[in-house]
Every structure is written in C-alpha cells, then in structure tokens.
Design a protein around this ligand. Structure first.
Ligand code: GLY
Length: 238
C-alpha cells in the first residue's frame, strides 16, 4: 500500500505576510514524518508525530503558539483516532503542556476512557510523566500583543469573517503501508474564549474521525459550527 500523509495548519484567516511561515510549518511536518511512514511507521504514530512537529511551531494555534482565553490563560484540546479499531483518545482544557496530542494518545492507549478534561487530564498527564512547561513557554509575543489589544473590548465574540488571529488548529491524517487510517488534531481553541470552553477538536466525529471502512479527517475552523455538523465524520461518509 502506498502510504499517504496529509497535514493542515489551520483554516482561519492567515495574513499574507504569514503565508511563508505557515507553509514552512506544514512542510516540515510532512518532511519529518512521511519518510518514516514509508518505512513502516503506523498511521497512528505518524499522525501523532506530525502533530507534535506543529505543536512545537509557534506559528500555529496549538501547543506553543496557542491563543489566550478571556482570563489570559492557555487551555488546549487534542484528539487522536485509530481507524483500524475505532480507538479514540482526547483531552480538553489542558494547561502547561507542549504536546497535548501525546496526552490524548495515552488516554487512547492506556485507559478505558475516551476524553479527559481539566484537572483530571492534568493529573493523568503528570502520572504518565508528560513534562509540564511554564505558561510563558507556550505564549508568543504576537498573541500577547493581540490579547492586550482586545481584552478591554466589551462583549468580544469570535468575529466572522475571521480576524487575522487565531492562526490555526493543526491536524494530520495518515494511511500506512498496512492500509490503516488514523487522524489527529490539536488546538489552543479560539481567541478570548470563555475559560472552560471546549471546541470541536476533542469531540469524536467533529474535530477528528478515522475508520478504515469509510475514511479519516481532521477539522479546522470555527469549532461551534464544526460540532453542530459532526464535520469530520460527515465528511468521511460523503
Ligand atoms: N477548531 C478549533 C476550535 O474551534 O477550537
């Protein structure tokens, strides 16, 4: 089977001057992971690795580069799904972790659950020796500048059409040489979200879906709309 790897770095409004950095970011994920997929890496491990590359890149709204919520804090969501057996793992409202996707994968492989949130997810990550980082390590200058600009705006809501920020959820879909599909998605969510807001990313069938029988998808965009249409599962069934 010829393996395939597709990644995305968000579908929000990306200012022209940031095109290059976005393209470099997604290209790096492909160039680091696709050779491994060709050598036999599983689809699940490939999507995790590709998302990790983009979580490290401050240009994306995931891991380092995540947007701030209304309280000036970063809360991140992530999920991963194995199309071979429909195994699914997700985390929501996770803080101070560079790679939420790794925690989501541990939820999938090490527990009987699908989704862990907030302090429970945090404790689970600690118990599995996932290192915590200082909040400043995830925060970029440009995000802080944007936050300062809009934080006094009364009744701030996500603007449609989107403003130049946030810069983009990340995701990956892979087909491995065994013919198995997998998908993974990671995000800091939407700018100025209410603390505790969870978007589409950790919701099975909305932000992420993979089933060898139908397809695999990772969504990006406005979570409140994506959830209502279970976009990833709907796309796989079309
Ligand atoms: N699609 C990412 C979010 O709305 O949280």
């Amino acid at each position: 089977m010829q393996p395939r790897l597709i990644v995305h770095g968000g579908a929000w409004s990306i200012p022209d001057e940031r095109d290059d950095t976005h393209i470099k970011g997604v290209s790096r994920a492909i160039s680091e992971v696709y050779p491994l997929l060709k050598k036999g890496l599983s689809a699940v491990d490939a999507v995790e690795k590709a998302v990790c590359v983009m979580e490290e890149d401050p240009i994306f709204d995931a891991g380092r580069g995540s947007v701030l919520n209304i309280d000036g804090e970063i809360e991140m969501d992530a999920s991963i799904m194995d199309g071979k057996n429909l195994a699914f793992g997700a985390v929501a409202a996770l803080q101070n972790i560079l790679h939420p996707i790794k925690v989501a994968k541990l939820v999938m492989t090490e527990t009987e659950h699908c989704l862990l949130v907030g302090t429970g997810a945090q404790k689970f990550a600690q118990a599995h020796f996932i290192p915590e980082v200082a909040p400043e390590e995830l925060l970029t200058e440009s995000e802080l500048e944007f936050y300062r600009k809009v934080k006094e705006e009364k009744n701030y809501t996500t603007k449609i059409p989107f403003e130049p920020f946030p810069e983009g959820t990340v995701g990956a879909v892979a087909l491995d040489i065994e013919g198995n599909l997998a998908a993974a998605t990671s995000t800091g969510g939407t700018s100025r979200k209410i603390a505790g807001r969870v978007g589409d990313t950790p919701i099975l069938g909305a932000g992420t879906f993979a089933d060898n029988e139908s397809g695999a998808a990772s969504a990006t965009g406005w979570g409140e709309a994506i959830m209502k249409s279970f976009l990833s599962k709907t796309a796989c069934e079309c």
